[in-house]
Design a protein around this ligand. Structure first.
Ligand code: 5GP
Ligand code: MG
Length: 179
């Protein structure tokens, strides 16, 4: 356990996250992923991906892994809508079955951008897995195949998610108190 902080309200605890990720791994395994390549969308999903990958190994799924760094323009707490490729992956995706892993599905722009880019490169199948789904925020049609938790339209931090590059190391998901 980490010390409780007066400035952060815990929304999803460490234990709840661990339990749900084990469930997600079972769902993915049940979907018969075969020779899947997991594509982790950085930066926000690095903590989630690390736990999900180990949960997958526990249920007998041993994927290859690669990383793609994407960013929305701007520093604001809401997505700007324009997605930029910061750093590309190194694996060839042509003919591959992919599982795209992201932290949050909000407006949908990030996942749509990644999916379309990888489809264009000839991926054979693209499935998507997100830890958090803010379905009230959607601006483009996008639903993930695997969703950890549905949450409301609040800005969350922790477990890989930052506010101005801080809080990524918190083991839980929380909300910053206003005062
Ligand atoms: P979308 O492109 O679907 O609007 O947004 C997805 C990206 O916006 C996420 O990958 C994440 O980086 C960022 N994002 C959306 N909501 C939040 C939030 O509540 N907290 C943080 N830290 N990032 C968010
Ligand atoms: Mg992100």
């Amino acid at each position: 356990m980490v010390p409780q902080r007066p400035d952060i309200e815990v929304l999803i605890t460490e234990d709840e996250i661990a339990l749900r990720i084990a469930g997600l791994a079972q769902e993915i395994a049940a979907g018969d992923p075969g020779d899947v390549l997991v594509v982790v969308i950085l930066k926000g999903s690095f903590v989630f991906a690390a736990d999900l990958l180990r949960a997958l190994e526990r249920v007998g799924v041993s994927p290859q892994v690669d990383f793609l760094t994407l960013a929305s323009y701007g520093e604001s707490a809401t997505s700007s809508g324009k997605v930029k490729l910061i750093q590309d992956m190194s694996e060839n995706v042509a003919g591959r079955r992919l599982l795209l892993v992201d932290d949050i599905l909000d407006s949908g722009q990030t996942l749509v951008f990644a999916r379309d880019a990888l489809r264009e490169r000839g991926a054979a199948e693209i499935k998507t897995c997100v830890l958090l789904d803010k379905n009230e925020g959607r601006q483009v049609a996008m639903e993930a195949d695997y969703v950890g938790f549905e949450i409301g339209n609040r800005f969350v931090i922790g477990y890989g998610l930052d506010f101005a590059h801080r809080f990524r190391g918190l083991p839980y998901i929380g909300v910053l108190n206003e005062d």
